[in-house]
Ligand binder design. Sequence first.
Ligand SMILES: [Mn+2]
Length: 247
Amino acid sequence: MATLFISDLHLHPSRPAVTDCFIRFLEESASTASTLYILGDLFEVWIGDDNPDPHHRRVISALRRFTDAGPECFFARGNRDVIIGRRFRTETGVQLLEESTVIELYDTRALISHGDELCTDDHAYQRFRLRARNPTWRALFLAMPLQARNYLAQHLRNRSKADTALKPEDIIDASPEAITDAFVEHRVSMMIHGHTHRPGIQNLEVFRKPRTRIILGDWYEQGSVLRWDESGYRLVTLPISTDDNTP
Ligand SMILES: [Mn+2]
């Protein structure tokens, strides 16, 4: 059985083919995966678990069918879906993770996170990040009527360049110092994260020890999955059908 990692799907009603690809991926993985880690930005925007948007409800139902079928599913919030909460957890059966989590897989200690905390050179973004993760700010936002939250979320997306970015070059990359610090602080030889939309597997040496950094890809042009089983780990891509009439 495989352990799967995904991030940065940015699911949105305007891109139904990506949502179809994700739901197909869940259906196919339900019998072949033991665990799925979703490392943030599953949704393009999340204004609260009480949003009745049919697109979101469809994704929630698909996740529920997946967890009911057997695999465990863990979710680390990204900057787009940072306020996902308890109701989402109950409805989907996924387990919510802290911002950074250390897991052990095939004798490897791995740090998993969304990855935005590593982009310390982007000061404006880090200020936004602190506010969005502040419980008081979150409670105030969630107390607003849905329509007002929708409006505010649109406004924030339009205003912040980093937040509307669809291409890797628009997102400031992780800082080398933050990467080194994270390896040392968490005493891990591996880290897995998304957010930067620059997929790849990097073999590094940090304080004379070999370390591996795996960056997950986004789901704009194709699906991107890290698959890890007894035979090792690899990044694989999934086709997104652009023909909506495909049966
Ligand atoms: Mn992100």
